[in-house]
Write a protein that binds this ligand. Structure first.
Ligand SMILES: Nc1nc(=O)c2c([nH]1)NC[C@@H]1CN(c3ccc(C(=O)N[C@@H](CCC(=O)O)C(=O)O)cc3)CN21
Ligand SMILES: CC(C)C(=O)C(=O)O
Ligand SMILES: [Mg+2]
Length: 273
């Protein structure tokens, strides 16, 4: 929005308001953004949570993976988005190797909050990260724990593959979700997880569960902005959908996405594992 321009006020989205949305069964619509202009557009479309994702390594920088993304990259893009002063909650990814000791996690999450303007940080991890989530919680930093397909672990996982298909892996993920919620996580994000397991985790937790390639039974959805605007070169992941044909324009596509999430028409069966 231009300086001095006024807009009808939307109440700021908070950890508490997201919890209420889960309790009421209202779906939470989330998207990534990496700059000021798109942050304003997402906010106007009624998006609840804006994620400055480390997917910026791919969609902003043209890299093959998210691994080279730095703290400086994350802070730069977070600051650009934060200047939109959105009612949408601003969540920022902790990049690869920024959160594997308590001291580093506190230092780097602190930087995303202080310098980046984040209101929540997201970290990829398992139950092993419980102590880190607990210490961030002690520091008053809202945390989203990202489970399932963790793109920062792509070389360990052997590719961008669905996670939690085998019974033992499914039990472990459910236990990780419980442990991370117990440690203080305010939100969970499940990427590329079979819909049945997602439904189980969503029912077993009080905090909102956001999905990407995780079916329609979780509390909200997230997509990478460039994928849903049809801007990604080549094939988009199966779980994604281009909303541009339906929306007709960028604001139209963003509104169509929010409406489809709220109206439970996205994701459909073909986007689900
Ligand atoms: N543009 C973009 N979109 C994303 O969703 C995204 C990124 N970048 N970068 C970071 C991660 C990487 N992601 C990905 C990338 C590819 C698949 C993929 O190709 N999945 C297969 C399913 C494989 C299986 O069945 O096990 C697919 O067909 O969609 C999944 C997640 C999600 N994230
Ligand atoms: C795909 C979402 C969940 C993400 O972590 C990112 O954009 O980096
Ligand atoms: Mg990410």
């Amino acid at each position: 929005m231009y300086a001095g321009e006024t807009e009808k006020q939307r109440k700021p989205v908070t950890v508490a308001s997201l919890l209420r949305m889960k309790e009421r069964g209202e779906k939470i619509a989330c998207l990534t953004a990496y700059d000021f202009s798109f942050a304003v557009a997402l906010d106007r479309a009624g998006v609840d949570v804006i994620l400055v994702g480390d997917s910026l390594g791919m969609v902003m920088q043209g890299r093959e993976t998210t691994l080279p993304v730095t703290m400086e990259n994350m802070i730069y893009h977070a600051r650009c988005v934060a200047r939109a002063h959105t009612a949408a909650l601003l969540m920022v990814d902790m990049p690869f190797m920024s959160h594997y000791t308590v001291a580093e996690a506190l230092h780097n999450a602190g930087r995303l909050m202080k310098e980046g303007g984040a209101r929540m940080v997201k970290l990829e991890g398992t139950g092993e990260q419980a102590e880190i989530v607990n210490q961030l919680t002690v520091a008053g930093i809202p945390v989203c724990a990202h489970l399932g397909l963790r793109p920062q672990a792509v070389h360990k996982l052997g590719g961008y593959r669905v996670q939690g298909r085998e019974e033992a892996a499914a039990r472990a993920m459910l236990e990780d979700a419980r442990v991370l919620e117990q440690a203080g996580a305010d939100m969970l994000l499940l990427e590329c997880v079979p819909a049945g397991l997602v439904a189980e985790i969503t029912a077993a937790t009080r905090v909102p569960v956001i999905g990407i390639g995780a079916g329609g039974e979780c509390d909200g959805q997230i997509l990478v902005l460039q994928d849903m605007l049809g801007l990604t070169p080549g094939r988009i992941p199966r779980f994604s959908r281009n909303f541009m044909p339906e929306g007709g324009s960028i604001p139209g596509a963003l509104e169509a996405y929010v409406a489809a999430v709220r109206g439970r028409t996205f994701p459909a069966a073909e986007h689900t594992f």
